[in-house]
Design a protein around this ligand. Structure first.
Ligand SMILES: Nc1ncnc2c1ncn2[C@@H]1O[C@H](COP(=O)(O)OP(=O)(O)OP(=O)(O)O)[C@@H](O)[C@H]1O
Ligand SMILES: [Mg+2]
Length: 224
């Protein structure tokens, strides 16, 4: 049901990427080398102001590196900390409709809407007004929007920062399930400063003092 760019494996590679904002002498990101070549659940952890959101803006092309280069074939969908800054329409169906490719029949559109809502654990929510959704349901709706627009790489910038623990776990589990489905390659890069979330990841790296560490299994990762 998800086309996912004909099942192409999404990848992102950074080669010696440095970045500083205009007027800043010090590099916020310094000679960063990293790659994500396999579908899965990837997490980057870092303290407030360490440059996590800046790093994501380099990944999705909003910012350009000062030095180095970025190679990617990923079709990136974004999920931000506050879904109210992202959701535009009054109900779930209309929000999904503005994200879908309309070059398909009405019947296929309806099937896709049903499918992606099911994928994020929101079966039957099609007609629900957005203002009646919980924060976690809104976040899962934004994930469904990424899926319905055939994204194969979802980047989430502290998506659980405004959620209670129950909603936090549902959003984490949703991404875990989606990235564990090997029939449809999907990568998720999840930014967090919540240590307890790291156990859900396939691999974890830390952004600190401008450097990104190498990927480690969550059980072998130490957050200083
Ligand atoms: N547009 C900008 N112009 C100049 N400086 C900026 C700009 N955006 C961010 N910065 C600075 O870059 C640094 C890193 O910011 P960034 O938002 O990337 O950090 P973060 O790790 O995402 O922080 P948080 O955990 O609070 O979300 C901060 O010192 C911030 O003030
Ligand atoms: Mg940030």
């Amino acid at each position: 049901m998800r086309d996912s760019l004909d099942n192409e494996i999404p990848y992102i590679k950074f080669k010696d990427v440095s970045f500083s904002y205009p007027g800043e002498k010090e590099n916020l990101i310094f000679k960063c080398n990293f790659s994500i070549k396999k579908p899965g659940f990837w997490m980057i952890v870092g303290k407030n102001g360490s440059g996590k959101s800046t790093f994501l803006k380099l990944i999705n092309g909003i910012l350009k590196p000062k030095n180095g280069f970025i190679d990617s074939n990923a079709n990136i969908g974004m999920v931000f900390q506050n879904p109210d800054h992202q959701i535009l329409m009054p109900n779930c169906r209309s929000e999904l409709l503005i994200n879908i490719n309309h070059n398909i029949s009405q019947n296929e559109i309806n099937k896709k809407i049903e499918y992606v809502l099911d994928q994020v654990g929101m079966t039957g929510f099609e007609k629900r007004p957005v203002h009646t959704l919980s924060g976690g349901q809104k976040q899962r709706l934004t994930i469904a929007c990424a899926l319905i627009s055939n994204r194969n790489f979802i980047v989430l910038d502290e998506p659980t920062a405004l959620l209670d623990q129950t909603s936090q776990l549902k959003v984490l589990q949703t991404i875990k399930n989606l990235t564990s489905d090997h029939k449809i390659p999907l990568s998720a890069l999840w930014i967090t400063h919540r240590y307890e979330e790291l156990t859900y990841a396939d691999a974890v790296a830390e952004l600190k003092n401008g450097f990104l560490s190498s990927w480690k299994e969550p059980s072998k990762f130490q957050y200083n």
